[in-house]
Design a binder for this molecule. Structure first.
Ligand SMILES: [Zn+2]
Length: 160
């Protein structure tokens, strides 16, 4: 079975390892849901680390196009591999190192449509709360809107 390597980043997380499991016998383990849909046997797995908040390595359960169908956590890369092997015995010898640095992953993330940073504070989408307002050639995050708003109110109050 042919398969393509995943992009350097899946869902704002850097890909560390990946593996093909679609041809392995599947052994149901604890249930994993995506929304209300039970995620069972998938063709591809990836072990990823968030580019934003460090929540530790995560095991991504993906379809054949590397769309993430479900995520389960792990304390370490080894525990993610252990959890994967419970569902997909034989995956142990299949993990491929994606070999992408955090810097390269961030550059890739920035290049994706809609992922540009706040033009004012430089924070990336996964670093901000409350979303962006997009202008002609710039975007501003809610945190900056709030900060500039407060500054303008203060200026107005100071003026005679
Ligand atoms: Zn900002």
């Amino acid at each position: 079975m042919n398969f393509e390597a995943p992009p350097p980043v899946l869902d704002s997380a850097r890909v560390v390892f990946y593996a093909l499991v679609g041809d392995l016998a599947y052994r149901p383990n604890n249930r994993l849901y995506h929304g209300n849909t039970l995620v069972e046997k998938v063709p591809l797995l990836a072990i990823c680390e968030n580019l934003g908040n460090d929540v530790g390595p995560m095991l991504f359960h993906c379809d054949g196009d590397w769309t993430v169908l479900g995520v389960s956590g792990g304390d370490s890369v080894e525990s993610c591999k252990f959890a994967a092997a419970k569902r997909y015995p034989g995956v142990e010898s299949r993990w491929i190192d994606r070999g992408v640095s955090v810097g390269d992953a961030l550059n890739y993330f920035d290049s994706l449509p809609g992922n540009s940073s706040c033009s004012f504070c430089g924070k990336r989408p996964f670093q901000i709360q409350g979303g962006f307002a997009d202008g002609k050639d710039a975007r501003i995050c809610k945190e900056c809107v709030d900060a500039y708003h407060a500054a303008f109110v203060e200026m107005a109050n100071d003026s005679p």
